[in-house]
Design a protein around this ligand. Sequence first.
Ligand SMILES: Nc1ncnc2c1ncn2[C@@H]1O[C@H](COP(=O)(O)OP(=O)(O)OP(=O)(O)O)[C@@H](O)[C@H]1O
Ligand SMILES: [Mg+2]
Length: 324
Amino acid sequence: MALTDVFHQHPERRYIMFGGKGGLGKTTFSAATAYWLAQQGKRVLVFSVDPQASLSDIFQQNIFGKGPVKIMDNLWAQEIDADQRIKAYQDEIRQKILDMYGFDQVPEEIENYIAAASAEPAMEESAIFDAVVDIVVQGDYDYYIYDLVPLGHALYYLSMAKVYDEWIGKITKLREEMREYEKVASVMKRQKELPEDQILNELQYIRGRISASSSILTDRRKTAFFFVLVPEEMILIDTRKAAELFARFDVPIAGYVVNRVVPPELAQQNVPAYLHNRIAMQERYLQDIRREFGDEVLAHVPELERDVTGLPAIERLAGIMYGA
Ligand SMILES: Nc1ncnc2c1ncn2[C@@H]1O[C@H](COP(=O)(O)OP(=O)(O)OP(=O)(O)O)[C@@H](O)[C@H]1O
Ligand SMILES: [Mg+2]
């Protein structure tokens, strides 16, 4: 099977992700795939939560924290600015406190508390997570391409959906039980209806969003998750481990894409020794990859003469990957 087949045979898989260790080509492949799909007439959003702003680099345009930015016909790119989201959170909390207590200014202790809470790494994670949820549940595009951060982290985000969901599930259940108890109590006291339970409503709302997004991201029918690797020993070892972990979190893998393959025919030419050796080394790991992943290997992408930046280079790579 080839990379194009995944798209042609499974048009319902509209959430595309490229995962893998750092620096192997996730952003590059995300951009090339987005380009190809846009050329096929699909409306595509490629997005990332990477603070390094690597989509800005590859598209040679500053898009960081600017919402979806149009790159060309049918193609939009978005980079989430976590700090901006955290500031928006802070403002929201402040406003709620002002409204609830009728202060005209947030008391200093509370300001300090907000500042301390915002410095927590968990705050950043949840701001990012929330932004991703916003993007995936909205559903305006034909394709969503999630340019993931390096493996460990990506796994963390995906697993977080599960953990969040379980956690909120527990709280919601507790709250519902309390609510039942309150109802009984009010009947005994012959009270009328209970007031609307705002906390319960909010919890149920959050829960709905999380399970909508995690079911999208882990649903084989809707998602294609591609693993990027290169023919090197350490990468192969890490890829095996990661594939097991992803399986444990029910993230279905659509296939593997092998990057930076030095064209083996070069070995027949008069090339320096180091290149000869590199080709021989790669050949060994390419065999291992074939043996282990077999049909799941969807493409081999050659080592190009330079970095992939700018639309012409992206177009060329899309041609290599998708034969367009
Ligand atoms: N086949 C290739 N030939 C030449 N250069 C490549 C190739 N694939 C990727 N690159 C270059 O390698 C660098 C790293 O690629 P990229 O940014 O796509 O990796 P990444 O997996 O997204 O990294 P990170 O984990 O940091 O997000 C980039 O400069 C990119 O242009
Ligand atoms: Mg990247």
